[in-house]
Design a binder for this molecule. Structure first.
Ligand code: GTP
Length: 333
């Protein structure tokens, strides 16, 4: 079975980390988010993944130089300009010549969903489209469905708070019949959530599978951090990771608590790292304190970070304090 994986977004909410690394290439538990996603799709029967790229294919090609991720063959579909989610699915499916039932996944979803079960439900109901659904407390920031006996009868993207038809949201993994592609014009910017799903709901051919699987949309900093740290907490069905990568250099007197230290990162003497992700190649100086933060760049001796995001080119000076802020800061405008 083939899958289209959407990886072409700008990842603005994860800046400055995404200034240098596309969001799906950021590590979750020492492995690129996309590699964990492709592995899970493979466990559900996927043998080929078409990566729908809006820009900059190089980091992906460099990471998978032989065009494979494990046993899965990778194909790259690079849009001439970002086409939004629906336009990207159409472009990628046309590029790969998809004319059979296929899977679509958002590249930033971290979940334990069994994709094989989603496909089985889709076939059982002879659906045109089947969506993975998750129940959340505040659905208004997502695509929300109204569902009647598994059939999705309404789909509203980011409704006004209080106007949500249910607490079930689009969890970013779909099974589509090729006829869904006929609803999307070629070469145009189309949002699958705003344009195509309402049409399918009106047709009565779209179904939903609510599950209580682990699920995180890792596109926001605090959720990207949680997606990493949850791998240490034993809350995932089949995945876990060690806190400190083998290739990290951590001083014996450093204290690492509920944190991940990536390959090639260094942590100096008496540094204290809590609830944080120190990404590959980052450096934490001696006596620094890093709390609830994401660090790709360097943190000077004795500096203090709390709820900070330090990009690859971010340098925190010796003794400086960064609280609820990013280095470098967001570009103006
Ligand atoms: P933000 O800029 O932080 O909102 O992140 P994003 O650009 O990734 O947007 P969002 O999380 O809403 O996108 C959902 C999924 O669709 C992600 O996996 C994106 O990579 C992908 N995506 C969004 N727009 C495009 C596009 O124009 N082309 C392609 N190929 N993928 C896209």
């Amino acid at each position: 079975m083939r899958a289209v994986v959407l990886v072409g977004g700008f990842g603005t909410r994860l800046r400055p980390l995404t200034n240098t690394t596309p969001k799906p290439m950021l590590p979750v538990g020492h492995r690129p988010m996309i590699a964990r996603l492709v592995d899970r799709l493979a466990r559900g029967g996927v043998t080929e993944v078409v990566l729908a790229l809006g820009f900059r294919p190089e980091p992906f090609v460099d990471a998978f130089p032989d065009g494979r991720c494990g046993d899965v063959q990778l194909t790259y579909a690079v849009e001439p300009e970002p086409l939004d989610t629906g336009g990207a699915i159409k472009f990628a499916a046309d590029h790969a010549g998809i004319a059979e039932t296929f899977i679509v996944a958002n590249g930033d979803v971290v979940t334990d969903l069994d994709v094989g079960e989603l496909v089985a439900a889709h076939r059982r109901w002879s659906a045109e489209a089947t969506l993975h659904l998750i129940g959340v407390d505040d659905p208004s920031a997502f695509g929300v469905v109204a569902i009647e006996d598994r059939r999705i009868v309404d789909f509203v993207e980011k409704p006004e708070p209080g106007q949500e038809p249910s607490n079930l949201i689009n969890a970013g993994t779909y099974v589509f019949e090729p006829s869904v592609l006929d609803l999307i014009p070629s070469g145009e910017r189309v949002s699958i959530e705003r344009s195509t799903f309402p049409l399918l709901a009106a047709r009565g051919s779209m179904y939903g599978v609510p599950t209580d699987d682990y699920w995180i949309d890792a596109g926001r900093p605090e959720l990207y951090r949680a997606a990493n740290l949850d791998l240490l907490r034993g809350v995932r069905r089949a995945e876990s990771c060690q806190p400190v990568a083998d290739g990290a250099i951590v001083a014996a007197s450093a204290r690492i608590v509920d944190s991940i230290i990536g390959d090639g990162a260094t942590v100096g003497a008496d540094a204290h790292v809590v609830d944080s992700v120190v990404l590959p190649g980052a450096s934490i100086g001696p006596h620094a304190t890093v709390e609830s933060s994401l660090v790709m760049g360097s943190v000077g001796e004795g500096a203090e970070l709390r709820r900070a995001i330090i990009g690859a080119d971010g340098r925190v000076a010796e003794g400086a304090s960064v609280v609820d802020a990013s280095v470098p800061p967001p570009a103006p405008g």
